[in-house]
Ligand binder design. Sequence first.
Ligand SMILES: C[S@@+](CC[C@H](N)C(=O)[O-])C[C@H]1O[C@@H](n2cnc3c(N)ncnc32)[C@H](O)[C@@H]1O
Length: 288
Amino acid sequence: MAGEPMEYDDFSAYCRFSPVALAVREAVRLAAVRHLDLAEPILDVGCGDGLFAGLAYPHRQVWGIDINPVEIKRAQATASYSTLICGNVSHVALPRGFFGSAVANCSLEHVPDLPEALANIGRSLRPGAAFALIVPTPEWSRHLALAELLGRVGLHRAATAYGNALDRVFRHIHLQDDRWWSDRLREAGFDAINIRTIVSRATSWIFEMFLPPSAMGWAVKKLTGRWIVAPVLRGPSTELSWKVIEQLYRVLPDGDSRSASEYLIVARATGRASGHSIGEGESLPRES
Ligand SMILES: C[S@@+](CC[C@H](N)C(=O)[O-])C[C@H]1O[C@@H](n2cnc3c(N)ncnc32)[C@H](O)[C@@H]1O
């Protein structure tokens, strides 16, 4: 794909279960994390419906944790996880020094007790284990097409209101810069922190163009817990959307790292995180 690395297979797999706007971002995230060498067992934090782990780490031993029982139920219906935990990652008991790695795809920006969550994840990892997380940049909504347009014609408050409205819809709690994430990770006992930006401005604009038709999926998800009610009907529209997206990448400006909208952060657990987690003789969560 011109402009942004992503695979048609990932995009079409996502389109079977989610709106095009989300599928295009997820395909970019998948391309960014798939090459990471994550040792098993992998802890998937805020796992959602399991589609991400199923595509990124097929046939690997992955545990999923999510606070939302509807998402856990949907993840249970997939073959993505060996074990599923329904609970709050900030407080749920996890086995200490057990996981070979962890991944959090667009989940930690929603977690209010972030220091507790990072410490809990850190304790559950073996020393030296990798932790990969994707979170939005603080300026992600400023680089959307409508926000830029409003800003250019002097409607700065309208541009800010537009971004704030999207943050409310997506329930973003932490919109912070790379230094802030790095500091929180260090405090929680991680080191070797590497941060780069992903999801170009062109991808953000394409995401935004597909938001209005995706609003229907959002309403359906609120009612049924699923974005798409009949995945079999999605085939032809997926191919058409892909062709449109290819053309859009040819004409839209890519932007640079400052206008990218997400961070991919990879850190290493040091084994120095403190506090309680499950030790020998205590019970582990039930296998799904
Ligand atoms: C934007 S979704 C991402 C889902 C999934 N990672 C994916 O890639 O499709 C964020 C997920 O984080 C979960 N989440 C939010 N707060 C959480 C918490 N405190 N503990 C565990 N999961 C949480 C939500 O229920 C939701 O499924």
